[in-house]
Design a protein. Structure first.
Ligand code: KIV
Length: 271
């Protein structure tokens, strides 16, 4: 019997228990009520309102310009539809990096104004005090290491992280420091599978991989990527479970053709 099957609402402690029980964690993104409802009903354990919304929904080149107000708007919409999954909101660039008090104020807004049940922040050791501050007032925090897209300019793009031994050691150290500070789980993005395996074995909190191999305690993908809706680029780690972008194009072409040829609407579709 799994921890989460038949459960009314999944909590942060449930996510920690899933690692102990050897049950894999399935996480996906959502930015609106329609998608969130479909994803929630399909059985995912965690729904992340990712700042990837800036690229997927806002058409931007990267996540850096996403604001608190935008993220609160997306999170409120998702909250209105989620009944079962744990709802995690991504804190946008510069909403938590100034100091722990700024982070607390903004993380609190996600819980108080938008219905989030946890927040996600990017970064390692320098974020430890911030994690401690949020956790001290009862806000569950998900960490994010490896490729941290809010640091893409410093990292030189969206490259695999931790290939060199000194960088791998730093990531392992960061994972331990974040666990010590109190994160309940840890996203590992675009790191070699062997390193993700080592980190997963070294911490008691669950790791959730994206481009980090099969040994993580769970996996996360951007829903619009795995459904084939976001087609601007396709990282190697994205497995497409549907081609909804193609299906939508086909449907719209058929509609345009029916309108132009006067075959829509017919009598059954008229009053
Ligand atoms: O913003 C996002 O969607 C994310 C996930 C890809 C982990 O951070």
């Amino acid at each position: 019997m799994s921890i989460t099957s038949g459960k009314k609402k999944i909590t942060a402690p449930d996510i920690i228990s899933m690692k102990k029980d050897g049950e894999k964690i399935a996480m996906l993104t959502a930015y609106d009520a329609l998608m969130a409802g479909l994803v929630d009903q399909s059985g995912v354990d965690i729904i992340l309102v990712g700042d990837s919304a800036g690229m997927v929904m806002g058409g931007r080149e990267n996540t850096l310009s996403v604001t608190m107000e935008e993220m609160l708007h997306y999170t409120r919409a998702v909250h209105s539809a989620v009944k079962r999954a744990l709802l995690v909101a991504d804190m946008p660039f510069l909403s938590y990096q100034l100091n722990p008090e700024q982070a607390l104020k903004n993380a609190g807004r996600f819980l108080q104004e938008a219905g989030a049940e946890a927040v996600k922040i990017e970064g390692g050791a320098p974020m430890a005090d911030t994690v401690r501050r949020l956790v001290s007032v009862g806000i569950p925090v998900m960490g994010h290491l490896g490729l941290t897209p809010q640091s893409m300019h410093q990292l030189g793009g969206y490259k695999v992280q931790g290939r060199e031994s000194d960088k791998a050691e730093e990531l392992l150290r960061d994972a331990r420091i974040l666990q010590e500070a109190g994160v309940f789980s840890l996203v590992l993005e675009k790191v070699p599978a062997s390193l993700a395996r080592e980190i997963t074995g070294a911490v008691s909190i669950p790791t959730i991989g994206i481009g980090a191999g099969v040994h993580c305690d769970g996996q996360v993908l951007v829903t619009h990527d795995m459904l084939g809706l976001f087609r601007k680029f396709r990282p190697k780690f994205v497995r497409r479970y549907a081609e909804l972008g193609n299906a939508m194009e086909e449907a719209v072409k058929n509609y345009v053709s029916d309108v132009k040829s006067n075959t829509f609407p017919d009598d059954s579709e008229s009053y």
